[in-house]
Design a protein around this ligand. Structure first.
Ligand code: FAD
Ligand code: NAP
Length: 543
């Protein structure tokens, strides 16, 4: 009989987990407390208690070829970076295509999960749900926790003396929906993550003044990277990953700074990160530098103190008549339905083996999917986690002993601190390609461009020098997808298709370059031909 798996949540992570269960002939039941799929990506004006809440202007900061699932490319007419509604449309296409909806029970919240009575022999879990006030109890062979980590707002009110006297409006970025109502207001935004930058750029069009107060600064990157390609398709290549992982630290730091400052000098904009050697998640915002240039957004240090109506910054400057304070200070990782004996959140992170399995459980039947912040899209990351976890549930693969897993979590955490620092916003940050490869190796789907070089050189070179897109993990092994090769070789076409909406003649430069390439090729051909025709010298010639 097929093993029964409970999937909690029907966002990105939940949907792909259902599909991975089906691929391994497991029997999934997904519980989603809200009315629909999409999780964070389903925008609603009304904020729901247990679901992430976004503002109406959210555009993805990862691009479509990098953030799709590995066997389901986005339609080629979809924009390169997507409005939340467009990404939700993609999730609906995915769910329809793989027929996932029939496994989801909507309006059903999981309120408690605990080990079943005979857990030590079966590894089973008891899952308690609530629907319309009615509770139900189920037994499952395995559980996949896909509830996201941007639900519970982190609002460090206690860090700001005087806040209790402030007479204006205070709220967290989770409660921000649009710039409506900000006309003529003076706004102070605490934090310098992606939410802070987006909200500053949007509200400053209406507000009187907008301040961003940052303690650590940040690198700001444009979504538009070299030659106009999306940043992640250039930054996240295997070639660049090898370089990043092999260069001496100081040289890497110097190169990173140089690259980051190519667009604008971060020092001159008051943005430069305090610790420049860290690879902390950057802010992706194409408008922020120009808004700073217009004086519409003003970057300030941390607020030292608030009064009834003013903000006093650490540099001694004071801004009077502040109307609104927005805490864009991130989120708290929480699993209210799990007992501390199962997992414990420490410093906003859960020590998990390869970010998926709690190491101390006797049975490998509980997995966390999507509890991660990769330096790239979360979608292919969550998908590979789910592919690995379902193979473990099925018994096709196994976990190492507890001590090995614990050591791994410690080493992994030390590396995280070295690369990304100790900031709360980086508590579950991880590398992208290296981590994907690690997961893919577990499920037998890690591509090897060097082995491919002889068999399929074009594909091998695209894999190594081109974007590390999710299709690479469907070329071989279990779950191989016949369309993967073509999807990889046509990914650049799909990117360009979305923007080249007016047919244009090739520029003179491009024509000249094309001509030179053909000319060079002909010269090479002629040289080879001539060298072959040259009579070889014989002893009689020499006489
Ligand atoms: P969620 O999308 O949060 O879904 C969790 C689901 O679980 C929800 O449907 C919720 O209702 C349900 N649920 C929760 N608790 C329970 C329960 N007890 N019982 C039943 N159901 C429950 N990542 C990227 O890769 N690229 C981006 O461009 C990007 N942009 C982002 C923009 C914003 C503003 C934010 C805040 C995050 C962004 N992220 C981005 C990160 C984001 O976390 C992921 O894109 C993704 O949404 C995570 O999906 P998930 O399924 O893990 O969690
Ligand atoms: P975040 O990345 O966690 O950033 C929180 C910010 O608040 C950081 O700058 C942090 O500074 C600061 N902060 C925290 N505690 C503070 C304190 N006590 N005093 C002063 N500053 C404090 O949160 P987020 O911006 O909401 O982003 C959450 C996730 O959603 C990220 O992965 C992000 O990429 C994603 N997101 C994406 C988009 C998009 O695609 N367009 C938009 C928004 C968010 P330190 O770093 O110094 O701790």
């Amino acid at each position: 009989m097929a093993k029964r798996v409970a999937v909690i949540g029907a966002g990105v992570s939940g949907l792909t987990s259902i599909k991975c269960c089906l691929e391994e002939d497991l029997e999934p039941t997904c519980f989603e407390q809200s009315s629909d799929i999409g999780g964070l990506w389903r925008f609603t004006e009304k904020i729901e208690e247990r679901r992430a809440s976004i503002y109406n202007s959210v555009i993805t900061n990862t691009s479509k070829e990098m953030m799709c699932f590995s066997d389901f490319p986005m339609p080629e007419h979809f924009p390169v970076f997507l409005h939340h509604s467009k990404f939700l449309e993609y999730l609906r296409l995915y769910a329809d295509h793989f027929n996932l909806l029939k496994y989801i029970r909507f309006y059903t919240a999981v309120i408690h999960i605990e080990k079943a009575q005979d857990y030590s022999t079966t590894g089973q879990w008891t899952v308690v749900t609530e629907k319309n006030g009615k509770q139900e109890c189920f037994t499952f062979d395995a559980v996949m926790i896909c509830t996201g980590h941007q639900i519970e707002a982190y609002t460090p009110l206690e860090s700001f003396p005087g806040l209790e006297t402030f007479k204006g409006n205070i709220f967290h970025s989770r409660n921000y929906k649009s710039s409506e109502g900000f006309e003529g207001k003076t706004v102070v935004i605490i934090g310098m993550g992606n939410s802070a930058a987006d909200i500053a750029v949007e509200t400053c069009r209406k507000a009187k003044k907008v301040f961003i107060s940052t303690r650590g600064g940040t690198w700001v990157m444009s979504r538009v990277y070299d030659n106009g390609y999306p940043w992640d398709t250039i930054f996240q290549t295997r070639f660049n990953n090898v370089i990043r992982n092999s260069l001496p630290w100081l040289l890497l730091r110097w190169l990173t700074e140089k690259k980051m400052n190519q667009w604008f000098n971060h020092e001159n904009y008051g943005l430069v990160p305090q610790n420049r050697s860290l690879m902390k998640e950057p802010v992706f915002n194409d408008d922020l530098p120009s808004r700073i240039l217009y004086g519409a957004v003003i970057v300030k240090p941390l607020v030292k103190e608030f009064t009834e109506s003013s903000a006093i910054f650490e540099d001694g400057t004071v801004e009077e008549n502040v109307d609104v304070i927005i805490f864009a200070t991130g989120y708290t990782v929480a699993f209210p339905f799990l007992d501390k004996s199962v997992i414990e959140v420490e410093n906003n992170r859960v020590p998990l083996y390869k970010h998926v399995f709690p190491p101390h459980l006797e049975k490998p039947t509980l997995a966390f999917i999507g509890l991660i912040q990769p330096l790239g899209p979360i979608m292919p990351t969550a998908e590979l986690q789910a592919r690995w976890a379902t193979r473990i549930f099925k018994g096709l693969s196994s976990l190492p002993p507890e001590s090995t897993m614990v050591t791994d979590t410690i080493i992994r955490n030390e590396k995280r601190i070295k690369w990304f620092g100790t900031s709360r916003s980086q508590s579950i940050q991880t590398d992208f390609i290296t981590y994907l490869d690690e997961l893919a190796a577990e499920s037998g789907s890690k591509p090897n461009p060097f082995m491919l070089l002889l068999k399929d050189p074009r594909l091998a070179l695209t894999i190594f020098f081109g974007p590390c897109s999710p299709f690479q993990f469907r070329l071989m092994g279990p779950g191989r997808w016949a369309g993967a090769r073509n999807a990889i070789l046509t990914q650049r076409d799909r990117i360009v298709k979305a923007t080249k909406t007016r047919v244009v003649e090739k520029s003179l430069d491009q024509n000249l370059f094309g001509f030179l390439k053909i000319f060079g090729f002909l010269v090479l051909l002629a040289a080879v031909f001539l060298s072959l025709r040259q009579p070889s010298s014989s002893p009689s010639d020499e006489q």
